[in-house]
Design a protein around this ligand. Structure first.
Ligand code: ATP
Ligand code: MG
Length: 568
């Protein structure tokens, strides 16, 4: 490709709304352009990368036995009524209607559509197991689309759905998908972790996410410093930090704490550390209000909370008025003694003794509070966020925290959808049986952004070799004036092209400095600079984008050297 025959429109300025580096660089290189909130055009440059990512995904999915298909993006509303998922997805669903006022959704995911396909196509266990996949445009009306294609509203997902007669067969395919995902991200060349995850609105019994490690990642992931355990913070089990509850040593005491509302203020006022206090959070319950109790220095894990049957979904904290009428005090003074709510305590809280909590009376707290003697709880649950330094839940090592970008999510759905939609097969005994199902999503457009997030410097992108838009850039100095430079550049260009190397020759009439910084920004792995001065010595200059060190290479060997590097 010659730049004059390509669409190359780079920008110097960083766009105002681009908070993270991948978004900035995708705009500055001209890979993507914004059409509206969460809507992006993929320009030819971006498209080359996107297609490479797609191709790697396709090859690995095919190798793992996946069968590619394509379902409609537009889905009849009735399908979603069958599974009752309209509420789960809520505002994320883009509702549309046709001229006859029939209702549709633009698909945010395709469990319903594939299950409808399968219930009509598959009726015998002999057709199982089977694993279908597609690479397709999705739409989710995200509350806060941001970070460019990282969290857009329209995006491309690879979604796969497998169907089985038994849980055992589902687990087998689930493991092979996990393996395929590992190979895909390895081939793309990114540093990642596979972590235990919450299943969210998709549902099912178990799931794992694949996270590309990057400081800008929206998710916190916890992993053992010396073992295998790794989980999304949403899901990460938080162990009991107190092995056994000590006997009460203090008497219950009511103390005046005027104006001390937060845990920090209170601890300072009383001269204690925050791990001697507890926080009592009142939330809406399915039957009556629920008090969720965690230690003062811990954070409530909202996903764990909302997954409890006693807690209403979506999670809702009681408002000031409700708190007042239930407890007689304001939020800063709630405590567990005499509280008229279902009291659920975190594991660590259950083993605390002589602790401090609100007195359910404004400006008063209780010290020396002890379970059984002074207050009771209804149940013990894992309620808090795990923290760095906690023992790993599997007993091996301690937890560390990293930021991650979720690029993939695999689920064991069981028969949630097949039961709801009556997708059954005749088993070996000739009896009708709901199919077991798995689903496996991967963010194709997000993967490109994640790759940049992990591979850049202050000059621009540093493409991992397997997804670079071009492998080689030929940068001739004075191409339009020096016949000799032009000939050398054209010759190298033609012969690399003939060998199937993806090469871009910059034949624009631009200053050398401009050309150099453009290609630093674009991040093409191998760059060859051809100028009169080096040609005098029958040489060209070679630079690798990852270190940018210039090496003089003889014209006779440059081509074979490049081919060797690219095929390595
Ligand atoms: P997130 O937690 O980031 O909102 P999700 O858990 O809702 O994602 P899934 O339903 O698991 O997403 O979808 C499968 C994959 O699709 C995700 O792992 C992610 O890579 C990608 N994806 C989901 N939402 C978006 C989005 N708004 N923009 C780009 N990619 C997305
Ligand atoms: Mg997910």
């Amino acid at each position: 490709m010659r730049t004059t025959a390509f669409h190359l429109v780079t920008r110097k300025e960083t766009p105002q709304d681009a908070e993270i580096i991948s978004h900035q660089l995708m705009i500055r290189t001209g890979m993507i352009r914004k059409l509206g909130a969460g809507l992006y055009t993929w320009a030819p440059l971006g498209m080359r990368v996107l297609q490479k990512v797609e191709q790697i995904i396709r090859e690995e999915m095919n190798a793992a036995g996946g069968l590619e298909m394509l379902m409609p993006a537009v889905q009849p509303k009735e399908l979603w009524q069958e599974t009752g998922r309209i509420d789960d997805f809520g505002g994320q669903l883009l509702a549309i209607h046709d001229r006859a006022m029939r209702d549709y959704f633009f698909g945010p995911t395709h469990e319903e559509v594939i299950t409808d396909f399968v219930r009509n196509e598959i009726n015998s266990y002999k057709q199982l197991p089977i694993n279908f996949y597609q690479i397709q445009t999705k739409f989710r009306d995200e509350i806060r689309p941001r970070f460019g294609v990282m969290r857009s509203r329209e995006f491309i997902m690879k979604d796969a759905y497998s169907f089985h007669l038994s849980q055992e067969s589902l687990e087998h395919t689930y493991q092979s998908m996990k393996q395929a995902y590992t190979q895909i991200i390895d081939r793309i060349g990114l540093d990642f972790r596979c972590v235990l995850a919450d299943s969210g609105a998709i549902g099912g019994s178990g799931s794992q996410e694949f996270h590309v490690i990057a400081d800008s990642g929206e998710d916190a992931i916890m992993y053992s410093d010396s073992g295998e355990y790794a989980a999304n913070l949403e899901k990460c089990e938080a162990v009991n930090l107190i092995a056994t509850r000590k006997d009460a040593a203090q008497a219950l005491n009511k103390v005046s704490t005027p104006g001390q509302k937060t845990i920090d203020e209170l601890s300072e006022f009383l001269g204690v550390t925050s791990d001697q206090t507890i926080k009592t959070l009142l939330v809406e319950g399915t039957e009556k209000p629920v008090a969720l109790v965690i230690r003062g220095d811990h954070n409530l894990n909202e996903i764990k909370a909302v997954n409890l049957t006693a807690v209403a979904s979506p999670l809702r904290m009681l408002n000031d008025e409700e708190i007042k009428s239930l407890t007689g005090c304001d939020a800063g003074s709630i405590g567990v003694k005499g509280l008229n709510a279902t009291i659920i305590v975190d594991r660590t809280v259950a083993n605390m003794s002589d602790f401090i909590c609100g007195a359910n009376e404004n400006d008063f707290h209780l010290t020396g509070v002890n379970w059984d003697r002074d207050a009771d709880f209804d149940s013990v649950e894992d309620l808090r966020d795990a923290m760095e330094g906690d023992p790993s839940p599997d007993g091996v090592g301690v937890l560390r925290e990293a930021r991650g970008i979720e690029v993939g999510h695999i689920f064991q759905l069981g028969n949630k959808y097949s039961t709801a939609m009556n997708a059954v097969v005749l088993n070996e005994q000739g009896k009708s049986q709901a199919m077991e199902m798995g689903c496996y999503g991967m963010g194709v457009t997000r993967m490109v952004a994640a790759a940049i997030e992990q591979n850049h410097d202050d000059k621009g992108i540093i493409w991992p070799a397997n997804i670079a838009p071009f492998q080689v850039a030929i940068l001739p100095m004075n191409y339009l004036k020096s016949e000799r430079v032009k000939r050398a550049a054209d010759e190298l260009y033609e012969s690399l092209n003939a060998q199937g190397v993806e090469v871009i020759l910059d034949d624009r009439k631009v200053r050398p400095g401009f050309m150099m910084s453009d290609f630093e920004l674009l991040g093409i792995p191998h760059q060859v600079i051809i100028g009169d001065r080096s040609l005098d010595e029958n040489q060209v200059e070679y630079r690798n984008r990852s270190d940018m060190e210039s090496i003089k290479i003889s014209r006779d060997t440059i081509e074979s050297m490049l081919v060797e590097k690219i095929r390595a």
